[in-house]
Design a protein. Structure first.
Length: 225
């Protein structure tokens, strides 16, 4: 079995992280790797009840109405329940975990509500809260898909046209998305995430080009760790 590893896919809404996550897990399946895949939040579980209330606007009709620390706790509870119920034993026995979003999403989406030194205080608190106090595993690799808010917003508008897909209070707030984009870049440096630029020489990388860049990063990590 692979050495114990937790690999996280992160990015703002519209960055394409779920697509890249799915492409990598499909490639790992073809390679017959032993791994588990996770996706947060777990909307089908009771532990996500407060998350759904928050995103549906039941606690406030814009993200800023719910402070960063309270909202972070909603998501942390869902992750804690998942860890204890679903993947703790596998991970601790040396398993490889791929996850679409993690604590890292709180850094971006909740940290964006703050400014100045408040952001540093929050980012320091967040990792201490979830990893030291709650006891969740720290990521071994975070792949951050770096994209501008303008490109992400265009993608989200296109996604909205598809039947059955609606936007939550995060996605509906363009100014908030811009703040998340800036905070994502800052958090990537703060936490030493591995950033992947989704635009090269003014041109968006297509899904396959981006996948090859992501795959190389992950493969190098698994080979050397």
């Amino acid at each position: 079995m692979e050495k114990r590893n937790l690999i996280v896919f992160e990015g703002i809404d519209g960055s394409g992280k779920s697509t890249q996550f799915n492409m990598l897990r499909e490639r790992f399946d073809r390679e017959s790797r032993d791994f588990r895949r996770l996706r947060y939040p777990r909307y089908d579980k009771p532990s996500s009840a407060l998350i759904k209330m928050y995103l549906n606007g039941e606690l406030g009709d814009n993200p800023g109405m719910i402070n960063a620390y309270a909202a972070s706790s909603f998501y942390a509870v869902d992750r804690y329940a998942s860890y204890m119920q679903d993947w703790r034993k596998y991970y601790e026995s040396g398993g490889l975990i791929l996850t679409d979003r993690y604590t890292t999403s709180n850094a971006i989406h909740q940290g964006a509500k703050l400014s100045g030194t408040e952001q540093n205080d929050f980012l320091t608190w967040l990792y201490n809260y979830e990893f030291d106090l709650l006891g969740l595993p720290r990521p071994d690799l975070v792949v951050y898909l770096d994209i501008s808010a303008d490109v992400a917003e265009r993608r989200l508008r296109n996604r909205k046209r598809k039947p059955g897909i609606s936007r939550d209070i995060h996605e509906e707030d363009v100014e908030y998305l811009k703040k998340c984009s800036l905070l994502g870049k800052y958090a990537a440096d703060f936490y030493n995430w591995h950033s992947v630029d989704c635009v090269k020489d003014g041109k968006e990388l297509n899904e396959n080009e981006l996948h090859e860049a992501v795959y190389d990063i992950v493969l190098n990590h698994l080979t050397n760790h």
